[in-house]
Design a protein around this ligand. Structure first.
Ligand SMILES: *Cc1c(COP(=O)(O)O)cnc(C)c1O
Length: 456
């Protein structure tokens, strides 16, 4: 930790973002510092209470794998704004593309007059997503909006109403996606009634159920067939690795068995890759680890380096089922977001980020598994690529330990590491570093978390 930074002005603020920011953890005040506390007080009297804040430091600049707050503290970013800035904060390619596009035009509404970057993004997604069948893409703004549209498209194609979601699922916070999401607090409680014709099937959760992939799939399919009926089912929607639910990697064979059942029964198989997409798991898409070829794939978060953009990509005959004018929205596929997406995709493909995610997995899993061997509170270490989690339990009972998890996150925050938790039982620590992070910063962040675990 050093304090030397020629780019800091007299008020202590950095003025240059991107990876040129020193890639270091540096604390100059307590966390949050006085300026952040001042802003938090203003936030509390101006912003609706429901919009919570995990780590109340306010950002001045960010770059690479660090975020510098308004007090001049440099924090290691293990959250990437929830798996969004996979290419790094203020990635140079993204920043340049956004500047260039802003100078040309900011908006036309693609449904009124077109522009090439929308088509370029569609072509890129058709090329990159699993399967070499004929595909089409539609662009939207948020993950939830894209999930809603995937459901619309599947219903339009099949003429059927029911949608199957899974235990521990997270698909968003709009009315339809709240219905698909499994967890009541904080996502659903008090916000009903929810959209109808959503049914929940049991997942494969190896750490808890001990079932093989085919056994867990058999259990889920039996539920769907008995309680819903294939003839009423438009779609199955599932995250190939669950995000908010706890970075749950289903047992091998689970996803493919569901997908085969869907195909055999005329049900649209939708992979929600909003969190797992774009190199995050050590493949461009997590479906690839299981050789899964979804009918529709939903993407967002990592797609555009921080600009709001989302997409549904899939088989032409399904994507083209809705009538002309049936899909769209004022901002969907905004030109600045499309320019950012093309730059981010270039970075994923040409800066070696898929392979880098694999290296990050090796480093994190080696260190976390080594800890697990001597710390019985670490029940499970799992995940793929730069999407790794530890599930914390009470060693005596094996029960989820949410209180310990909160203490570890809080101690990491205080020491300058942005760390997120997740899981239905609130007992999972999730690591989502940028794929551009260097080894030194990654190790330092892991050191901090290890110390937090020891102290907790
Ligand atoms: C974050 C997330 C969503 C919702 O995306 P928003 O952009 O927040 O609407 C949907 N599905 C998954 C798997 C997610 O992680």
């Amino acid at each position: 930790m050093t304090l030397v930074d020629s780019r800091l002005s007299s008020d202590g603020r950095a003025h240059v973002g991107g990876p040129s920011l020193p890639q270091e953890r540096r604390l100059v005040t307590e966390i949050p510092g006085p300026r952040s506390r001042e802003l938090l007080a203003r936030k509390n009297s101006a912003v609706a209470r429901g919009v919570g804040i995990t780590l109340p430091v306010f950002t001045d600049v960010a770059g690479g794998g660090v975020l510098v707050d308004v007090d001049g503290n440099s924090l290691i970013d293990f959250g990437t704004g929830i798996a969004v800035t996979g290419v790094g904060n203020a990635a140079p390619r993204v920043v340049a593309a956004v500047h260039e596009q802003v100078d040309r035009f900011t908006h036309t509404c693609f449904m009124i007059t077109g522009y090439d970057s929308y088509v370029d993004v569609a072509e890129a997604l058709n090329r990159l997503t699993p399967g070499d069948h004929d595909k089409r893409t539609a662009l939207f703004n948020t993950g939830a909006e894209a999930v809603e549209n995937a459901v619309k498209i599947a219903r339009s194609y099949t003429g059927r109403p029911a949608v199957i979601a899974f235990d521990h699922a997270y698909h968003g916070r709009t009315n339809l996606t709240m219905a698909l999401t499994a967890k009541s607090m904080p996502y659903k409680s008090g916000f009903g009634p929810f959209a109808p014709e959503i049914y929940r099937a049991p997942l494969s959760y190896p750490f808890h159920d001990g079932l093989s992939g085919p056994e867990a799939a058999k259990r889920a399919i039996a539920m769907i067939e008995k309680q819903v009926g294939a003839a009423s089912t438009a779609a199955i929607i599932i995250e190939p690795i669950q995000g908010e639910g706890g970075f749950i990697v289903p047992a091998p064979g689970f996803l493919t068995a569901l997908s085969e059942w869907a195909t055999a029964n005329g049900v649209v198989f939708i992979a929600d890759e909003v969190q797992t997409g774009f190199a995050r798991t050590g493949a461009m898409f997590a479906s690839e680890h299981e050789r899964l070829v979804p009918d529709l794939i939903v993407t967002a978060k990592g797609i555009a380096g921080g600009l709001p953009l989302s997409a549904v990509t899939g088989r032409t005959e399904i994507m083209d089922a809705p009538h002309v004018g049936g899909l769209g929205g004022t901002y969907g596929g905004n030109p600045i977001a499309c320019a950012a997406a093309l730059a981010a995709i270039e970075s994923y493909e040409h800066d070696g980020l898929v392979a880098r995610a694999g290296e990050i997995e090796q480093i994190m899993k080696a260190r976390l598994s080594e800890r697990q061997a001597s710390d019985r509170r670490i029940g499970d270490v799992r995940g793929r690529g730069a999407m790794i989690a530890v599930e914390l339990v009470d060693p005596a009972t094996g029960e989820p330990d949410a209180a310990l998890t909160s203490r570890v996150a809080a101690a990491s925050h205080a020491a300058g590491v942005i760390l997120l938790t997740c899981g239905t039982y609130g007992n999972v620590i999730r690591f989502l570093p940028p794929l551009s992070i260097g080894d030194a910063l990654l190790h330092e962040g892991l050191d901090v978390v290890a110390q937090a675990l020891e102290a907790a």
